[in-house]
Design a protein around this ligand. Structure first.
Ligand SMILES: Nc1ncnc2c1ncn2[C@@H]1O[C@H](COP(=O)(O)OP(=O)(O)O)[C@@H](O)[C@H]1O
Ligand SMILES: [Mg+2]
Length: 257
């Protein structure tokens, strides 16, 4: 089976790209899939922190790009099949988005996984370089439910489309049903209308998620965010799952906004 590649992108910072990349990778893994998770945000790397793996990182993707280590040496793994490749601490001139995408390709070829998930930043043209290297990739475009970020999602999907990846789907991260209901922010229907990108997941605002990131520990299985990531992963696997299935804290009457 070919490895499915998922580019997680957004032209805006702080909307939840890293959160979604990790959440979806971990959820796919919990459903029995082997997943390689790449941190390709060279400005604001953070997945090593979210995973609590900072002290274990010795080599990163730039070492593979420069040929300093064989592809497998840059991969941190756990026995359950969730593997991680860190972003460089600092970059030299010979390392750029294209070099990172080529190095990612080598790592994927050296590994037996079902999915490769790429966290990207807003600088350096990483999503485009990935799209050119992996034209068969899919994209998860991330937005919060603020109008500027929904517009950013539309722009990001267009940029990826121009680079050759036509299959973009939207994940709304940090969704607050209360503020959508009070018309303070767009609701689900408004977001679908504005972004013009088909929705695949909505992750509620969840303080416990922030805490697990800070501490570098796994999300609580009962938490609303984890359930949302599971739903998104199941949809990626082709299951038909309702948007907020199993997320008790969501008031269904207030969902649409
Ligand atoms: N659904 C959510 N609920 C609560 N906090 C969130 C949620 N999504 C993201 N965050 C927090 O918001 C911050 C920015 O998220 P992050 O994923 O780092 O954004 P990006 O990668 O787009 O810059 C992080 O501190 C993260 O813990
Ligand atoms: Mg990030």
């Amino acid at each position: 089976m070919a490895v499915r590649k998922i580019i997680v992108a957004s032209s805006k910072g702080g909307v939840g790209k890293s959160t979604v990349a990790l959440g979806v990778a971990a959820a796919l893994n919990s459903l029995g899939k082997k997943v390689l998770l790449f941190d390709l945000d060279f400005e604001n790397k953070c997945l090593d922190l979210f995973l609590g793996a900072t002290d274990s990182v010795v080599f990163d993707i730039s070492d593979v790009a420069a040929g300093r280590v064989p592809p497998r040496r840059a991969v941190l793994g756990n026995r359950d099949g969730l593997y991680f490749v860190a972003a460089p601490g600092r970059t030299d001139e010979s390392f750029d988005a294209k070099a990172a995408a080529e190095a990612a390709k080598k790592i994927i070829e050296a590994f037996d996984v079902d999915f490769a998930v790429f966290d990207t930043g807003t600088a350096h043209g990483v999503p485009e370089a990935l799209a050119k290297t992996f034209p068969d990739a899919e994209a998860l475009v991330v937005a919060s439910h603020q109008a500027t970020s929904t517009r950013g999602a539309e722009r990001t999907a267009k940029l990826l489309d121009d680079a050759g990846v036509t299959d973009s789907r939207l994940v709304v991260c940090g969704y607050e049903t209360g503020s959508a209901h009070k018309k303070q922010r767009s609701g689900i229907l408004g977001i679908i209308d504005d972004s013009k990108v088909p929705l695949i997941g909505a992750v509620p605002y969840d303080r416990s998620l922030m805490i697990s990131h800070e501490r570098g520990v796994r999300m609580k299985p009962s938490s609303p965010a984890w359930r949302a990531f599971k739903n998104t992963a199941r949809r990626l696997l082709g299951e038909n799952v309702r948007l907020f299935d199993g997320i008790e804290s969501i008031d269904r009457k207030k969902i649409i906004g």
